[in-house]
Design a protein around this ligand. Structure first.
Ligand code: GLP
Length: 235
């Protein structure tokens, strides 16, 4: 495990973007596993700047995102498809047909099977970017009795609904269910890049990286990953 301690959010974002950019430069045909949430937004902004300046080419890249809310069309402003378009895809040259997220409006069981097969057909993920939820979730792999391997539907925890309500008009509007990539695809990614910012993430990050490996803290499984880079900001 490699830990980069940046002083603040801006430095964390630049450092994380640098790791992703190096991945794309070294392997222009990379399969990038991408994440939503507030934490990676600054890194996406930096990648867009490097692309605009002519220093970074995404034309050979394929992306697979971690998760999507059930019931939201990709055009819904709180859907993760919309988030990715707004924060990254609209600003770089990843071919649109090479950007993948689970569909929140398809039949959940069929969509999970399709998404799992898609990731496998791409040969897995070269670099997976992750944030961490306040309860230790990665993607939408919530705390529970077991690590789930494959893409699956989840009922979001009260804590996650509360945490993500800031993006919605009210907590009542936060979908109760989501589809998420499972731990299998994440752990099989050749490299994992975890970003976390702010003192409110310090405790859960410490439990994830230094505590017991348990599905009650889903991110703790990353201790077993052979190529994990953690970039923190202000922690
Ligand atoms: C959501 C996403 C996660 C993300 C988490 C933390 O629940 N499904 O992938 O890591 O939020 O978000 P933030 O970075 O805003 O704290």
């Amino acid at each position: 495990m490699k830990i980069v301690r940046a002083a603040d959010y801006e430095e964390m974002s630049r450092r994380a973007a640098g790791v992703i950019a190096a991945q794309v430069i070294l392997n222009p045909a990379s399969v990038l596993g991408l994440a939503t949430g507030g934490t990676p937004v600054g890194a996406y902004e930096q990648l867009a700047i490097w692309h605009k300046n002519g220093d970074l080419d995404f034309s050979g890249v394929t992306s697979v995102n971690l998760d999507e809310y059930c019931g939201l069309e990709g055009t819904h402003p709180q859907s993760y498809r919309y988030f990715m378009q707004k924060n990254l895809f609209d600003h770089v040259n990843i071919p649109a047909e090479n950007t993948h997220l689970p569909s929140g409006t398809a039949d959940p069981a069929a969509e999970c099977a399709r998404y799992e097969a898609l990731i496998n057909s791409l040969g897995g993920i070269d670099m997976q970017l992750l944030g961490i939820g306040h309860n230790g979730h990665i993607g939408f792999n919530e705390p529970g009795p077991a690590f789930e391997r494959d893409t699956h539907a989840v009922t979001l925890s009260a804590e996650t609904i509360h945490a993500n309500a800031r993006f919605f008009v009210s907590a009542d509007e936060v979908p109760r269910q989501a589809l998420t990539m499972g731990m299998g695809a994440i752990m099989k990614a050749k490299r994992v890049l975890l970003v976390a910012s702010g003192t409110e993430k310090a405790d859960i990050l410490d439990r994830a990286l230094n505590g017991p490996i348990t599905p009650e803290v889903p991110a703790s499984i990353l201790q077993l990953h052979p190529d994990l880079t953690v970039v923190t900001g202000g922690i």
